[in-house]
Design a protein around this ligand. Structure first.
Ligand code: BG6
Ligand code: MG
Length: 213
């Protein structure tokens, strides 16, 4: 029986992982680096600057720290422009219904995301009110696979990791959840990750997951 569920944001609650992909792809194209979904999957859960390092390493390219800052800022400007197209309709009905049903069963709900754009996304989509706590890229110093973002979310809720489950689409996110002592639940790209304690194909499957109730 768990007392709370911590949700990753990009790629779990919303398809913003696709917007990250589009923004990184346009920047990588300009740098002349071939960027595809396989490389993109390695960026899931990873911070903005760590993502850029992965892309540069993939392209065999070195940049000065000033150049890296400029490229990361360009990517974020494009990403935020795409985020402006989000609205409450961008949230799948299944997501809202599942969150409401979990809440009705007495579970606390929190967001645990590496993104510094989390609060903008929650505001654009009217999702903020669904959660009892939000831990994001603005309150951590170490990104996933470090468990910090989830440990902070649990602390915000006043709960121990053992009382919480984490839902993640990122391999780095499942590693973070496991490292922090949470029950890890893989979805999307992490649905077939062998280190995930549980695997689901769709968010509503949480409602019939025995280990939660
Ligand atoms: C995570 C995404 O949620 O946030 C990563 O999965 C992204 O792909 C990271 O790099 C940081 O996001 P942002 O919005 O702060 O650049
Ligand atoms: Mg994600």
């Amino acid at each position: 029986m768990k007392k709370a569920i911590l949700f990753d944001l990009d790629g779990v609650l919303l398809s913003t992982d696709e917007l990250h992909y589009a923004a990184w792809k346009s920047v990588a194209d300009e740098l002349g680096i071939r960027f595809d979904r396989q490389v993109n999957n390695r960026l899931r859960g990873v911070s903005r600057m760590a993502s850029l390092e992965i892309i540069l390493q993939h392209g065999g390219m070195t940049l000065s720290s000033e150049e890296k800052e400029a490229v990361a800022a360009r990517k974020n400007d494009r990403y935020r422009a795409l985020l402006m197209t989000l609205s409450p309709d961008s949230v799948a009905p299944e997501v809202r219904e599942t969150l409401a049903a979990l809440k009705a069963r007495g579970l606390k709900l929190a967001v645990g995301s590496s993104s510094k754009n989390t609060k903008l996304i929650l505001a654009q989509t009217d999702l903020g009110c669904c959660f009892d706590a939000v831990s994001d890229g603005t309150n951590i110093s170490r990104s996933k696979p470090d468990p910090e973002v989830f440990l902070k979310a649990a602390a915000f809720l006043g709960l121990d990791p053992a009382d919480c489950a984490v839902v993640e689409d990122a391999v780095a996110g499942i590693d973070a959840a496991n490292a922090g002592g949470f029950l890890s639940i893989g979805i999307g790209d992490a649905a077939d990750y062998e280190k995930a304690d549980r695997q689901i194909n769709s968010l509503s499957e949480l409602l019939s997951l025995k280990s939660l109730f």
